[in-house]
Ligand binder design. Sequence first.
Ligand code: ACO
Length: 323
Amino acid sequence: MLGLGSYLPERVLTNAELEARRELDTTDEWIVRRTGIRERHLAAEHEATSDLATRAAQACLADAGVAPAELDLIIVATVTPDMPFPATACLVQSKLGADETAGYDLLLGCTGFVSALATGAQFIQTGALRRVLVIGADTLSRVTDWTDRSTCVLFGDGAGAVLLGPGEPGEGLLSFAMSNNGAAADLLTLPAGGSRLRVTPEAAAAHLDCIRMEGRELFRLAVEGIPAAAQDAMRRADVAPADIDLMVMHQANIRIIDAAAQRLAFEPEKVAVTIDAHGNTSAASMPLALDELRRQGRLSPGDTILLVGFGAGFALAAAVLRW
Ligand code: ACO
């Protein structure tokens, strides 16, 4: 882990503003009690995912003291690319001025960052590449149905990035555990805009170009799946729960975080919570949380960190890192 950086758009949308929209019929009290979210950041009109990703990447490269030209590969985990093609990684490469650096997108929703990290680390571990930039970036506000109170209160925009490079044995990514349950794919979808269904006027009128979610069932899958994935990754890294200094889960709901932490018997001080200020930022949530925790002085070199991502798919990915 050579560097870390993140970016949150300036505009903050508070629960009070959502409550003020009478047609939503929601309250700050409901949102805080059921989700833990108080506010979230929204991209400006002129900002798309490649812009957020580029800002996070620039912060990360500055942190590492590495020039864009030194990069070998850029992986962008996102489900909200600027457009289906070209890959967001190509746009980021150009904006960074990382001449000729290779790159591609990884599309796995909220689980994308951990899977991108595991992917990027393979190139380092085999010695094939020396500088791999892994970015998690999403602009969910653009695919949110702002008339649906069961989803629109949840999501926010942002980006986070880490730079991977060769290290000593026992540093960096120690293990990962990934699994998908495609039979549950219908629980969280963006129905229109792919090869199954075009965004026709009818589809748009029915909000099929926005996120559709069966929250209750996803909640259940997450609370069961997170501890299992975490234990799998810890076993593969040969570390015990007591060895973990910090657990960073995808930030989807404070009740999911609390329930999973409780099942793993992790003390609250070890568990990252940024959902109150960021909402659910999909692939960005874990690198954003890592950067925030480092700012708070809760992330230090040598720390053993457990990451667990989950979301659309239904996909799960956990990793153990030594920072
Ligand atoms: N304000 C007020 N009331 C609301 C709101 C709101 N914003 N949203 C829903 N309600 C109501 C519902 O209509 C329902 O009313 P009813 O009982 O009269 O029918 C009641 O609250 C309870 O609804 P539930 O859906 O049971 O609420 P729940 O406590 O499950 O919370 C939530 C919903 C927050 C969506 C939760 O289920 C959740 O977080 N699920 C997991 C989401 C997740 O993990 N997603 C995967 C990652 S996201 C990704 O990959 C992009």
